[in-house]
Design a protein around this ligand. Structure first.
Ligand code: FDA
Length: 406
């Protein structure tokens, strides 16, 4: 019951790590409590898995240490993962913003990783609930440094790799296991928060924009220096759509700072100088909502004017609106401020912000600096990618790196 390497969590990062450690001749056991293998890969990207992105850099990730991910991303890059797929003959295609998806099914990737594990003799214990983990003070003759109690027996290992992911979508098996284990070994954990998540608006903010629910806009969502131009969707609970999911991760970073929270801004007219455009029409007999309907959905333009300017903006032609009205409208069009009340939580989040503090880990190996033989890979670590294949790339890269050393 002794293994060179025990990997806990047979998701993207865990399977990648197991294939690599196995290929080095290490005896590897992969443990997972789930019934189904790689469920998060299988359901991702609408069943097609957005497995990586053509353009990946540390700038696409959020972390308390934004440089931490550099080394792993460089050592096992998007091109290395693409080469794996091509070798296996998995067809894929590119969508906007360099996102790469399987042509047929995300299950192709699960099968590829499962076969790669089997080819190097990885042993599986799944489904298998994992219990107590202990560090041995004196390494045994076989080099055992850790013991793992589980439903399928009592195991020991020289290296222990924790690849248990984050907290998003608890109903498919997400648990705080990795964070608890890190704390057990004295590693700091940056409090996990939902990220890439729809934002909720407070009832008093939501009520007046409720008539806008269902509207989809090509807009720029901004928070601090982060800006994303994609669709923004107004929902009956708040804001969603890719631009909002992207900006939500940055908005959530405020949770780690003391002080008053700031709102986010939405530029409703990306690429247009709203002040100049409105000024061109200041003598027009047209109504403001009708002018805005040239650039925005008609219903949205109407409700937005009602919300921000009331009867005045709805009923008076532009020529009768004063300079201040037009300035105010231009300002709000280019930076509509909305203060989220929070997020829709882990149940609706795609990933987790925060996790095992990177200070405690080596960026070259993913090993805990103070606990030889203990590794953390994938989403459990405080590295969170943008929407667009970046989170899987982090899972592949960090899992691959740990697999060279564990
Ligand atoms: P992952 O969550 O994949 O694996 C963790 C494993 O650990 C699971 O198999 C789990 O069962 C197991 N585990 C957890 N607790 C355990 C315990 N206590 N005992 C034993 N086993 C335990 N990213 C991207 O780049 N492109 C995309 O298209 C998508 N799409 C997407 C859709 C949806 C709906 C979600 C929720 C997420 C995405 N993501 C994504 C994010 C991506 O799925 C995620 O970042 C990676 O799967 C993380 O890989 P890990 O291996 O770290 O964790």
């Amino acid at each position: 019951m002794h293994f060179d390497v025990i990997v806990i969590g047979a998701g993207a990062a865990g399977m990648m790590c197991a294939t690599q450690a196995g290929a080095r001749g290490r005896r590897v056991l992969l443990l997972d409590h789930a019934e189904k293998l790689g469920e998060r890969i299988r359901i991702s990207g609408g069943g097609r898995c957005n497995f990586t992105n053509r353009s990946v850099s540390a700038d696409n990730y959020l972390s308390q240490n934004p440089h931490f991910c550099r080394s792993a991303l460089a050592r096992f890059s998007q091109w290395d993962f693409i080469a794996m797929l091509e070798k296996r003959g998995i067809p894929y295609h590119e969508r906007e913003h360099g996102q790469l998806f399987c042509d047929e099914s995300a299950a192709d990737i699960v099968d590829m990783l499962k076969d790669a594990c089997d080819a190097v003799g990885v042993r599986w214990a799944m489904p298998c609930a994992v219990g107590e983990i202990r560090q041995l003070t004196d390494a045994g003759q076989n080099g055992a440094r850790f013991t793992v109690d589980s439903e399928k027996g009592h195991f020991s290992a020289t290296s222990l790799v924790v690849a248990t992911g984050g907290l998003a979508i608890p109903k498919i098996g997400a648990t705080p296991f990795g964070y608890r284990l890190a704390e057990q070994f004295g590693l700091a954990v940056i409090p996990p928060k939902p990220a890439l998540v729809p934002l909720a608006l407070a009832p008093e903010v939501l009520e007046p924009i409720k008539p806008l629910a269902g509207a989809t806009l090509d807009a720029i969502a901004e928070f601090g220096t982060a800006r994303f131009r994609e669709n923004v969707l107004i929902t009956h609970r708040g804001l969603s759509g890719p631009a909002i999911l992207q900006i939500s991760s940055y908005w959530q970073m405020q949770e780690y700072q003391a002080g008053k929270k700031a709102p986010l801004q939405i530029d409703l007219l990306p690429g247009i100088d709203a002040a100049a455009w409105l000024a061109e029409h200041w003598q027009s007999r047209m109504l403001l909502p009708n002018l805005l309907a040239q650039q925005l959905p008609r219903r949205f333009a109407h409700e937005w004017c009602a919300l921000l300017g009331g009867e005045r903006w709805l009923k008076r032609p532009l020529s009768e609106l004063g300079k201040r009205d037009l300035e105010q409208a231009a300002c709000a069009l280019q930076g509509w401020e909305l203060m989220p009340a929070g997020t829709l939580g882990f149940a609706k989040a795609e990933v987790t912000l925060g996790g095992v503090a990177t200070d405690a880990l080596s960026s070259k190996t993913m090993e805990a600096k103070q606990v030889p033989g203990l590794y953390f890979v994938g989403e459990v670590v405080d590295v969170t990618g943008w929407l667009g294949g970046y989170n899987f790339q982090w899972a592949w890269s960090s899992g691959w790196v740990a697999g060279q050393f564990a």
